[in-house]
Design a binder for this molecule. Structure first.
Ligand code: FES
Length: 200
């Protein structure tokens, strides 16, 4: 090999080395640019921002949930407050229960008020004393009946009993009074005019 040929081989080797060097530098730059995997889309979120985003999202969720809860419970809460504030009276239309002449002292008459499934009892306690209650037992809803002999309202299911003058439980498991039906006498008849729920 003469001198010219030798120089030519050395130059080809130089070009090859240079090319390899360039490739290595390129790869190095690429590695320095994104120290994460290419498919990791969170690499542009800073840690501080991440925490802020988490807190903000959490607060938004909580506020939303509280809003939904408030809206969904509002009508029932309002009804409960109205019932308690007004002593539980309802604006139900009056209902003629019976003529006074048809109900002897010491007897009871069955009726439904205010709805046709709201079973109730009217009791004539004395010549001019009437009391009426919805008669679903406040324990487990068995129908309560009037016992003239015992002078009280009796529940046959678990030996519950209620005072006929107040509706309050006097025996057995019931803890709450019977809802009282408000009455009015007019033109020789007794009318139901509303329902007074128990007060604690
Ligand atoms: S249902 Fe009336 S005492 Fe139990």
């Amino acid at each position: 090999m003469d001198k010219d040929q030798d120089q030519e081989v050395q130059c080809a080797e130089c070009v090859k080395q240079k090319h390899i060097q360039n490739l290595q530098q390129k790869q190095q730059r690429k590695n320095d640019q994104i120290p994460f995997e290419e498919n990791n889309y969170t690499h542009n979120i800073r840690k501080g921002d991440e925490r802020l985003l988490d807190r903000r999202a959490f607060m938004k969720t909580m506020v939303g949930a509280a809003g939904v809860f408030a809206v969904s419970t509002l009508p029932w809460g309002a009804l409960a407050v109205k019932g308690l504030a007004g002593g539980g009276h309802q604006d139900d239309p009056p209902l003629r229960i019976t003529d006074i002449a048809d109900l002897p002292v010491g007897e009871a008459a069955k009726f439904a008020y205010p709805g046709k499934h709201d079973s109730a009892l009217l009791i004539r306690l004395s010549e001019n004393e009437y009391k009426a209650y919805q008669n679903a037992c406040t324990h487990l809803k068995c129908p309560v009946f009037w016992s003239k002999e015992k002078d009280e309202l009796v529940c046959p299911c678990h030996h519950g009993a209620f005072d006929a003058r107040t509706g309050k439980p006097t025996a057995g498991p019931p803890q709450r009074p019977l809802p009282e039906v408000l009455l009015r006498q007019e033109g020789g008849a007794v009318y139901a005019t509303g329902v007074k729920h128990y007060e604690t």
